[in-house]
Write a protein that binds this ligand. Structure first.
Ligand code: IVH
Length: 369
């Protein structure tokens, strides 16, 4: 195959592979068997090996590249990565909705309701449709550059494509979302780790966080990580008027968006969504620790603004903490460096909330009693 034939074939293979990625990760409807996908990828690798000058950083073969890193560089977030206020009851959601409609001087509000994934927040920056940088949240103002690791996650597009609409992506774009480990991947990984005597992952959340913190991207590449986008934070042109439209648009450019995302109305719509997700929770293929409601209109979001590092226009409704019963085996007394004395309960190991608990410090007299 001469160079120009190779160039054409390389282009065709890349589009075909990214289309399969899209079908799999965004539409959740795989269009080819794994074996066929691997065959395409190997053909592309072989052609690129023959024509190294045709390799681009966005090629699907380039998800893992380079040497292990020494450490992670600091990245300042142009838009701070905020947290969400938490609510634990329907009453608190009614109060949230009252504050929203009072703030907007209206009598109703449209929200977008979303699952709250238990993973790791990530900020992704694109320029001309190409992934430039991925950063963790850190303290909200400054995070860590984990680009090499994030590039290994197939669900995160290296190159944007126009799929379901003819709206082009902006020259610069910042997208935020959650990197998580699906439960099936978590269990398969641990089954293999057990067989080969390697260390098992504790729970899917820690697994996602730990995977991103690997200095060798080849290790991250072996972890079954996935991604859902939940916000378009900045764009050089034409931000959609509503959050819901922003999510649709992100999807049309190749970002996975959670299919459980819904538009709902008023506190009643939010609470009905919470109940729906509580029922669905155990059948989901990933862990969630609650749901999130966001005022849909960007204009209204601006009117409501922020209070102490959290938006006034959004809130998380958390599921109740998981509880388990176990046996108290003993109480030891720990003496700290300063001489402070803390009683520590030794417990019969119990698995709760994704971790095995064997000790608990007893700070409160009623707990000790
Ligand atoms: S929105 C300004 N949407 O929850 C609002 N966050 O305390 C920014 N999270 O660590 C967050 N699922 O990564 C939003 N559908 C969702 C989410 C979500 C999970 C995480 C987020 C952050 C924490 C917010």
């Amino acid at each position: 195959m001469n160079r120009s034939e190779a160039e054409k074939r390389i282009g065709a293979l890349r589009s075909e592979i990214t289309l399969h990625d899209y079908r799999y990760y965004v539409e959740d409807a795989p269009s080819v068997p794994d074996a066929e996908y691997d065959r395409l990828l190997r053909e592309l690798q072989a052609l690129e090996a023959e024509h190294p000058d045709l390799v681009t950083p966005e090629s699907p073969t380039q998800r893992v590249g380079g040497e292990p890193m020494e450490g992670f560089e600091a990245v300042r977030h142009e838009t701070p990565m905020l947290s969400l206020a938490n609510a634990f009851s329907s009453d608190e959601i009614e109060q949230f909705h009252d504050r929203v409609i009072r703030g907007l001087e209206t009598d109703h509000a449209e929200y977008v309701a979303e699952p709250k994934l238990d993973g790791v927040a990530i900020s992704l920056r694109y320029r001309d449709g190409r992934l430039q940088q991925a950063a963790t949240r850190g303290d909200g103002a400054t995070g860590e550059d984990v680009t090499s690791n994030v590039r290994t996650i197939n669900a995160i597009p290296l190159q944007l494509e126009m799929r379901e609409s003819d709206i082009p992506w902006p020259v610069t774009l910042e997208v935020r979302g959650e990197i998580y480990m699906p439960l099936s991947g978590f269990e398969e990984y641990n089954a293999r780790a057990r067989e080969s005597g390697e260390k098992e992952l504790v729970n899917p959340r820690n697994a996602a966080a730990g995977s991103l913190r690997q200095l060798d991207p080849r290790l991250t590449a072996q972890r079954p990580l996935a991604f859902y986008a939940y916000a378009m934070v900045a764009a050089s042109e034409d931000m959609p008027e509503s959050h819901y439209q922003a999510l649709q648009r992100l999807r049309s450019w190749g970002f996975p968006v959670n299919p459980e995302v819904r538009r709902v109305r008023d506190a009643g719509g939010c609470i009905a969504y919470y109940e729906e997700m509580s029922r669905k929770r155990e059948n989901l293929s990933y862990d969630i620790d609650g749901v999130v409601y966001k005022v849909d209109s960007r204009e209204e979001q601006k009117t409501l603004g922020y209070v102490s590092r959290a938006p006034r226009w959004a809130i998380a409704q958390k599921f109740p903490a998981q509880e388990e019963i176990t046996r108290l085996l003993d109480i030891d007394v720990q003496v700290g460096r300063t001489g402070a004395i803390t009683p520590v309960a030794r417990l019969e190991p119990v698995f709760v909330g994704g971790v095995t608990v064997t000790n608990a410090t007893l700070h409160n007299l009623d707990e000790i009693q």
